[in-house]
Ligand binder design. Structure first.
Ligand SMILES: [Zn+2]
Ligand SMILES: [Zn+2]
Length: 212
């Protein structure tokens, strides 16, 4: 490592355990990973438990690298599971630790460097000042449009079915027909009526604008 990167690492490290192990094991790009995995808005989003596991696996991997061990794809994850998993027998765990010790991996130190989900959470929100953003106004409007659109379609479908059924059993007489569902919202301040779609597109009733 050059002096320059050492300086950068030292100055950016926070005082918490995550900062300390990041420096100690030289976990490059860890903070960026943590923030992006945590704030990911898809189903792939990591919980703080997933993140703690990710950090701990990187710690374990760095320790194996340090000891000069070779490992296959998935082996680090599996070793981590054998060391920490609830479903692993104590015999298996002891055996795994013995093998690592034999391979010159300081298991005890490594295990004490593992972090909890609470530590990750504190690091994210405290040291990195990350937060789970709430959706933007535009996204909320978009979701509401979708929700109300689906509701209108459902109302139309049920209405159509009902009318068709009554027509088939000769209770009701009608030719070919069309169902249109319109939901209107009235502003009680100015009595202006809007379709809910126009109201959402417009971002509110216009009457509020003039008195500010
Ligand atoms: Zn920290
Ligand atoms: Zn109004």
């Amino acid at each position: 490592m050059t002096e320059r990167t050492l300086d950068a690492a030292a100055s950016s490290a926070c005082g918490c355990k995550v900062g300390r192990i990041t420096e100690q094991y030289d976990l490059i790009g860890l903070d960026e990973e943590l923030v992006s995995y945590w704030t990911d808005r898809t189903d792939e989003r990591y919980s703080t438990r997933d993140l703690a596991e990710h950090v701990n696996q990187r710690v374990l991997k760095a320790a194996l690298d340090e000891a000069g061990l070779q490992y296959k794809d998935g082996e680090v994850e599996n070793t981590y599971r054998l060391l920490t998993g609830d479903d692993v027998s104590s015999g298996t765990r002891v055996q795994t630790r013995k093998e690592l010790e034999r391979d010159a991996v300081p298991v005890e130190d490594v295990e004490s460097d593992f972090i909890s989900h609470q530590t990750v959470y504190n690091h994210l929100t405290g040291c990195l000042e990350a937060s789970l953003e709430s959706p933007s106004d535009e996204e909320r409007l978009e979701r509401s449009r979708d929700k109300l659109g689906a509701l209108r379609n459902r109302t139309a479908a049920v209405t159509e079915d009902t009318v068709a059924q009554l027509e088939r059993s000769d209770v009701l007489d009608i030719g070919d027909f069309n169902v249109l569902v319109t939901v209107t919202v009235t502003c009680e301040d100015c009595k202006q009526q809007y379709t809910v779609r126009d109201l959402l597109d417009q971002g509110g009733c216009r009457c509020g604008e003039s008195d500010t």
